[in-house]
Write a new protein. Sequence first.
Length: 265
Amino acid sequence: MEITRKSAAEIDKMRIAGRIVAEVLALVEESLAPGISTADVDRLAERHIRGAGGVPSFLGYLGGRRYDMSHPHAYKATTCVSIDHEIVHGIPGNREIKRGQVVSVDVGVIYDGWNGDGARSFICGGREAGTPEALGLLDATRLALMAGIAAAQAGALVGDIGAAVEAVGQEGGYGIVRGYGGHGIGQAMHEDPSVLNFANDYPDARVRLEPGMCLAIEPMFMTGGEKTRTLKDGWTVVTADRSLAAHFEHTITIHPEGPEILTKV
Ligand code: MF3
Ligand code: CO
């Protein structure tokens, strides 16, 4: 395990990457009217990122620090757009989004070599178009992200973040995605430590948080059981029982006084 602490100048760059991420998510929220396609969402994200001087970090991504746009297994879009029972890693295409659907949008940006990563779930057509079940799920997942961030204090353990997220999920009776979670972030999108969304005893969970560490925290909750599967496209992760899923993610850094959200406008 190699965990780096970032300098103030490096965090300045991650703050810019994070601001671009937040701008994209705000733009998506405004644009998410019924009939828009998932490819439209991806195009407006890519245009905004490049216009702001960033590079989409998901394009050509193969895992770790490997990128190769020509590789058959590489991710070929700027965003992940996951609808209803899709949890994460939905691939944009010519699918139309319908009023009331739960739409989870994940986006990563590299600015001058430094990464920002964020995600939000929306209701297509706005909150008034959402069912009470969908709105409850979104609110609980967002609340869990905030609880995870609040737990990310210098001197606490990485595992405290997962425990805080898990407590919110259990309180609401939601399923918690166990196979995917947050991560360290910096010059690579995915760095050590792994930040799981539940209390656990793995070595990464025992890492003590220190100023300068940067993490992506990203709870994923579902209204049904916890079983997930991956579609034949090799990417899209769905709930096995087709229950609804939501995903909220922020990139944060740790200061002596507390956590700072980097993915904000
Ligand atoms: N942003 C996702 C995460 O939060 C990773 C997306 S995988 C990619 O860790 F292939 F789409 F890039
Ligand atoms: Co992430």
